[in-house]
Design a protein around this ligand. Sequence first.
Ligand code: CO
Length: 303
Amino acid sequence: MKLKKYTRALILAWVAVLMASFACEALPTREPVTNAKEAILIVAFGTSVPEGEEAISAVTEAVKAANPGVEVRASYTSRIIMRKLAREQNKIIDEPAVALSRLAFEGYTDVAVLSTHMIPGAEYDDLKAVVDGFRMIGENAPKAGFRSIALSDPLMAAPGDFERMADAITATYEKEGKGEAVVLVGHGTHHFADSAYSALQMALWRKNPNFFIGTIEGIPAYDDVYPRLKASGARRVTLAPLMLVAGDHAHNDIAGSDEDSWKSMLESKGLKVTPILSGLGQNKYVQNLILDKLREARSSLTR
Ligand code: CO
């Protein structure tokens, strides 16, 4: 009788342990609310020129160094370039919408999108629309989107930016700016944000009259720059891209050997031209401006 009681108690205890272990396994593994995962998505137009890629890598490295422990990825917006890289170099790069979908799928909760654009032009407008789309997804279907998403401003988007950019440029070309002219050529656009280049020119002239801003597709154009350059009496010109990347435009339209490149046109006027073939992404001063913009964007993420 005594033994029977013991056995029954033993069996009951064993069943209880077994049930508890099953119950544990059956419970859904709930993610703790504090399981926040932050990521930074760098967005550039992209380039298929290997030397140009160095500028995007340089920005990526600077962002990683300044944000230890945060996932950092890069994406391009030019599908033509992404297809070319896939075809010729077997290199797969995501466009922002794909990169953001991937981050959401992998469980990232808070994402800062870093624009590396010079001005808030058409490329930036498109990126903003994608980010706004993901914000809407996050608000309406939290599982499919992010808890919070922020987009940084491009480099020249607010009044104070022109002075900061002018400081970065004059610091970079401190030596050249003393005795000779420094001409920086941006992309330029039909978009209203093209006016940023003229604003930058004014900010530069307040600091040093030897600095000139031009653009390939906008204003100031070559014909705006040359007469002023001539009037300055400069004989020697340092010619650099005002672009994140020294890619196709820098190698052809600015410093190329064709007669319609900026270099050739200036040389045909008897000027001694020294072309610089590195993008602003490789410039420490500009990297710091980009990191400031990123910090601003990250400060609006949910913590
Ligand atoms: Co272009």
